[in-house]
Design a protein around this ligand. Sequence first.
Ligand code: TYM
Length: 332
Amino acid sequence: MDKHVVLSGMQPSGELTIGHVAGALRNWVKLQHEYDSLFCVVDLHAITAKQEPAKLRKWTLDVAAMYLAAGVDPQQSTVFVQSHVPEHVQLAWVLTCLTGMGECTRMTQFKEKSDRYSDNINVGLFTYPILMAADILVYNAHVVPVGEDQKQHLELARNLAERFNHRYSETFNVPEPYIPDIGGRIMSLQEPTKKMSKSDPNTNASIFLVDSDDVIRNKIRRAVTDSESTIVFDEDHRPGISNLITLLHLATNVPVEQIVQQWSGATGYAEFKETVANAVADYIRPIRERFLTIRADTDALNAVLESGAEVARKRALKVLRKVYKKVGLVAL
Ligand code: TYM
C-alpha cells in the first residue's frame, strides 16, 4: 500500500521562532519517516502582508535552510518553494469558486490580521485560507502537522475537499490536522496571553532560532510571569509560568507533570527560569549551528529546492489535470 501523504508549510515573513518548532517542525521531522512528506515555504502566502522584496528572498532561503537544520531530510521529504509550483494557485482558483464569502469572513486570523494591518486589507488576505487548502489538496494530503492557530484553516480545507467530492466525484482525501497536545501554541514571553509570533515588534517576546545562547537566556530570564511564586501548569490562569514549563518540556522531553512535581517545593521563579534558560539554549544551539552551515552553501540549498520543485510539480499536475477534467475544462 502507498504511504499516506503529509504536507505542511511556513511563511517566510520573518525569522522562525521556537513556536514553529514546538507546533510544527518537530512533528514534520518525526512524521517524515512514516509518511510520504512534502514541506514547502509558502512565499505566496507571505505577500498577503507587505514584504520588502530583498527580505522576502532572504527569508525564503532562511526558512528552507531552517527546515533542514531542524532535521527535515531532503532524501526522505520533498522540500520546495510554493511559487515554484504554479499548480497550487491554479487549484486555488477552482476552490475559490466553491467557497462562500461567509466562510472566509469567519476566519479569526483574517479578522485579527485585518485589525493589525488596517491599511492593507487586501483580497489575498481574505482568500488566504483557500490557497492553503489548495497547497494541501493538490497533493491529496492525508495529514497536516500544524500548530493550534491553523485549526480553523484546516477545517476549511476539509470542507472544500468534501464539497468537491460531493459535487463532482470522489477526488480528494479529507485531510486531518496533526496538532501537538503540548506546544501547539507557544505564547509570547512578554504578553503570555498572546501567541509567540515572528512578526512581533517586541523582539524580547520571541525566541528566534537564530538567537545566540546569551540572547535566549536573557529573554527567558526576563519573561513575564505573575505575582505568585509556585510552579503550576494552568494555561488559563497562569499562562506565563505554564509557557515556561512547556518550553522546558520541549527542550528536555521531561513530561509536564514530572516537571511540576520536581519543582513543587519552589518558592520563586529565579532558579526555575535559569533552568529553562539553559535547557532552551542547549536545545536551540545545534539547530542554529546546522542552520548557519546549511545557509552558507546557497548552491546546495538551491539544488534541494530545485529537485523538490520538480518532484512536487509532477505530482501536483497530475491532481490538477484530474480536477480540471472533472470540472469540465477542456483539455488540449
Ligand atoms: P505560519 O507561517 O504562521 O506558521 C508555521 C507553522 O508554525 C506554527 N506556529 C506555532 N505553533 C505553536 N506556537 C506558536 N507560537 C507558533 N507560531 C507558529 C503554525 O501553527 C504553523 O503550523 N497558514 C500557515 C502556512 C501554510 C500552511 C499551508 C500550513 C500555508 N499553506 C498548508 C500547512 C499546510 C501559516 O501562516 O503558518
